[in-house]
Design a protein around this ligand. Structure first.
Ligand code: MN
Ligand code: MN
Length: 291
């Protein structure tokens, strides 16, 4: 079960009203790399997890992400608070109020009008939050890798948000949230390497020798060799050699029943093209000059 503590995980001290900045912060509230997506990702993974250690870790991190959602949502609310009051009470002249809501020119006036200055479950561009942001597949070595990448992306979004903010209190709280994503990434990395083997994901082995082949499919200047295609794990193959790699004829075939084969043949006959038939078309007629 959940219980709630009214103290935030990190204190939020915003120095002044800034609706435009509030809108940028929504990226980490209801965006794809945001805290709700993170919380739902780990919470749903935890419910289905069989391993007691991973289950515990996922529940701990999911719950912390909800605490982060509360922090970033509070930042949004504080940045909007002054403007929210002015809009609700109609205190300024209309044009002046509109200008102040619009701030740096993003859609913060829309956020004020639609959501009353509260944190909306949208990204910074107004896109509604969607469960499609969560890509769990129910296999721990896949989900842990995806979680590592999700934490890495969240860290970068926080870094960018810090770089567009001068407000010291906002920068401070964002720095904390960014740091926690680094900590989560570390835990997920350790949890991945606590499973052995963890590569390749799943149970079925890859088909040899295709797992070792690196195909130089992009021809032309700029070909580079590096450890990603050169060490003992790889066999470098020139992509100009366009044979089927299995040594077969490279054709697609299927066994059909006699009635199926007859139907396919009839359809092919009915829709066959006659290379001798050159009829005028609308393109020819439309292109004719007037006499
Ligand atoms: Mn977080
Ligand atoms: Mn995290």
């Amino acid at each position: 079960m959940f219980s709630h503590n009214k103290r935030l995980q990190y204190s939020v001290r915003v120095s002044e009203c800034n609706p435009a900045l509030a809108n940028l912060m929504l990226e980490q509230f209801g965006g794809p790399q945001g805290e709700l997506a993170a919380a739902m990702r780990y919470f749903t993974q935890a419910l289905a997890e069989e391993d007691p250690g991973r289950k515990d870790m996922l529940l701990d991190i999911a719950t912390e992400e909800l605490s982060h959602l509360e922090v970033i949502g509070s930042i949004v609310a504080m940045l909007n608070k002054g403007a929210k009051g002015e809009l609700a009470e109609g205190v300024a002249a209309e044009a002046e109020l509109f200008r102040s809501l619009q701030g740096a020119g993003n859609d913060s006036h829309v956020t004020q009008l639609l959501y009353g200055g509260g944190p909306a479950l949208t990204n910074s561009g107004g896109q509604l939050w969607t469960a499609g942001y969560i890509d769990s597949i129910g296999e721990p070595t896949c989900d842990l890798r995806s979680n590592i990448a999700a934490e890495a992306r969240a860290k970068i979004v926080y870094e960018r948000l810090i770089n567009v903010t001068t407000d010291p209190g906002v920068r401070d709280a964002l720095g904390f949230l960014m740091t926690r994503e680094v900590s989560h990434q570390k835990s997920f990395e350790k949890a991945l390497y606590a499973i052995e083997p963890n590569f390749p994901p799943g149970k079925l082995p890859p088909m040899e020798p295709f797992d070792k082949v690196y195909v130089d499919t992009s021809q032309g200047p700029g070909n580079m060799r590096g450890p990603w295609n050169s060490d003992e794990h790889f066999e470098y193959v020139d992509g100009k050699d366009a044979r089927a790699v299995d040594g077969g004829d490279g054709q697609a075939s299927v066994e059909l029943s006699t009635p199926q084969a007859q139907a396919v043949e009839a359809m092919a006959r009915r829709t066959a093209s006659d290379p001798e038939r050159d009829r005028p078309t609308g393109a020819d007629i439309g292109g004719e000059k007037k006499r």
